[in-house]
Ligand binder design. Structure first.
Ligand code: NAP
Length: 307
């Protein structure tokens, strides 16, 4: 694949930025990649492991002469980074981000971008429970969707090029508006994470009563909850603070359904439970048919593998 940008700046050097670096390099999509992270520790690790062609000491320095700047910091840090880089951006550059929430990030970043800079927000729907500069790998985005979320002023050519970048990194792409994105993600990602956090918290309380049984017998569904609930606390705090309305709406519906299931159990209404579980099973089948998960037993994990 041909090079799409001469110089790319990655601000924040965690899971997503490091995976982007390796995926861009795999396909030769960027000339030079310059990186910056907040802490000296992370910058030192990045230099040590060869993450980015150059690691610099400030965000403003990183974006100098960059054709594409990607903000890969937690949602709550987007505004301060945008404020810092605004005056240093090259005319004609594209600024993007990978934040898990879109409307709040657009509101936080757009005011700091000068005229003549193209803003094209995006969100890769790919991740793991690991974070930091050592956690990235080139295949993270392969066959996963990246949602491109243009703003009203986004330049068509800049949108198309960013879409090509994500496709070059292995992703499938789809264009969506910010409000729709935030509603869809509240259902597919944000609320499920909150439920996993809750379930693991409840089990932790139980463990005090039943000693180590929760850990010992966690092979079934609970283990997947613990994996999700191990996700980065800063990132997820920011997601809920910034996708408040959509998450609260979905949580409201969730609570109603939970009460209906609770009532069915109390009343011994097996028909209700069976009909409900039949409907949800069909949803799982749809995900597999769309190629977004595996049908192999135990999610394709090797027997005995802990994760
Ligand atoms: P991560 O591994 O925790 O890395 C975050 C990076 O941002 C770190 O390098 C951190 O620097 C840096 N950072 C934090 N605050 C900063 C600031 N004020 N200025 C400059 N750098 C700062 O996070 P991630 O998983 O890559 O997530 C990054 C973004 O991608 C988030 O917005 C998240 O919502 C989104 N996202 C995450 C996933 C996922 O599953 N993880 C999936 C899709 C999208 P230090 O190391 O120096 O603290």
């Amino acid at each position: 694949m041909a090079q799409l940008y001469d110089r790319v700046a990655l601000i924040g050097l965690g899971l997503i930025a490091s995976s982007m670096f390796y995926a861009m390099r795999r396909a030769g999509l960027a000339g030079e990649v310059v990186g910056y992270a907040r802490s000296a520790d992370t910058r030192a690790i990045a230099r040590e492991i060869g993450l980015c062609d150059r690691v610099v000491e400030s965000a403003a320095e990183a974006v100098k002469d960059a054709d594409l700047v990607v903000l890969c910091v937690p949602v709550g840090a987007m505004e301060s980074v945008a404020r810092e880089i605004g005056p240093a951006l090259k005319a004609g550059a594209t600024v993007s981000d990978v934040g898990s929430v879109k409307a709040a990030v657009i509101a936080a970043v757009a005011p700091y971008l000068p005229a003549g800079v193209h803003f094209v927000p995006a969100h890769p729907l790919a991740g793991t429970e690991h974070s930091g500069p050592r956690s990235g790998f080139a295949e993270l985005f392969d066959n996963r969707y990246t949602i491109i979320v243009p703003v009203a002023e986004s330049d068509t050519a800049a949108v198309k090029r960013l879409e090509e970048l994500w496709q070059g990194m292995g992703a499938l792409t789809e264009v969506m508006d910010a409000e729709h994105h935030d509603r869809v993600l509240a259902v597919t990602s944000h609320t499920p994470h909150l439920i996993a956090y809750t379930m693991v918290g409840v089990a932790d309380d139980l463990r005090r009563v039943t000693d180590s049984e929760v850990i010992k017998f966690s092979a079934a569904g609970f283990r997947d909850f613990t994996r999700i609930a191990a996700s980065d606390p800063t990132m997820w705090r920011d997601v809920f603070l910034n996708n408040k309305e959509a998450t609260l709406e979905i949580l409201g519906r969730f609570t109603e359904e939970l009460f209906a299931l609770q009532r069915a159990i109390r009343r011994g209404d097996g028909d209700h439970l069976h009909a409900y579980f039949t409907r949800t099973r069909a949803i799982r089948r749809g995900i597999i048919e769309a190629g977004q998960d595996t049908d192999a037993p135990n999610f394709g994990r090797a027997p005995g593998r802990k994760e």
